[in-house]
Design a binder for this molecule. Sequence first.
Ligand SMILES: C[S@@+](CC[C@H](N)C(=O)[O-])C[C@H]1O[C@@H](n2cnc3c(N)ncnc32)[C@H](O)[C@@H]1O
Length: 253
Amino acid sequence: MKSGGEAEVEKVRIAYDEFADVYDRRYSGLQGEYYKKLEERYVLRYCRFFGKKVLDLGTGTGRFAFSLSDTAESVVGVDISKKMINIAISKIEREKYVDFLVMDGRYVGIKDDYFDVVVSIGTFEYVKNFQSFLREIRRVLRPNGELIFTCHNVISLHLTKFIRKKTRYFYPARHSINDIKRQLQLGGFRLVDYYSTFYFPGFMVWDIYEILSSDFLRYYFIKAVVFLNVLLSRIKFIKRFGGQLIVYARTVQ
Ligand SMILES: C[S@@+](CC[C@H](N)C(=O)[O-])C[C@H]1O[C@@H](n2cnc3c(N)ncnc32)[C@H](O)[C@@H]1O
């Protein structure tokens, strides 16, 4: 059964088809290191992937799918954008083997109870109907399966959130951690833990980064931002206000 929001999903697909050729630039060089320290590190630390069957939902160009394939038994990466998937497939010879498929995350054509873990990074912000995603994730997860996903926080400290509200194609969906907890319960999951990345102060990090004249200054600027992020996210009360939430949940029997 289709869950609505088709026009929105189509906009996202078109946007990523257009964006695909330059997408990986964001994750290279110093900028890439920044995401590794703030995002990948926490996504990967939540779960032991060894010997597990993993689904990377909204895999894009395969960033997480490839890094998980080092330890997991098998990894399947699905994405709605054919161009993003084509780029992921083009990397298979250099990287490890991953099955990449063009699919809408709301209707994954894979049998019930198949995966041990579902990872979905940077994708829930395009999901207006949280439950349609959770329902499908739950279906393909085995009992007591694990889910790790990121989500934009509606109560974040991002200073620029009021200025740059809209991307070119859509408004990102945002949720608070309480909201996510409720949504997870409704969808048959329980929240185990979460972490916050502040990208402090929001996207202004990259505006300041561009202004800095030397690699030396940029290097120490990024180091300082990462340090501030890690510090803030260690404070239980403050971490509720991160720009992006990294959520770890399990299915409930
Ligand atoms: C910000 S990118 C993240 C890609 C990758 N997970 C990463 O971390 O580099 C978001 C991805 O989600 C995909 N996406 C958005 N809505 C989707 C949907 N309904 N089904 C499948 N993929 C979707 C987009 O096409 C895009 O490739």
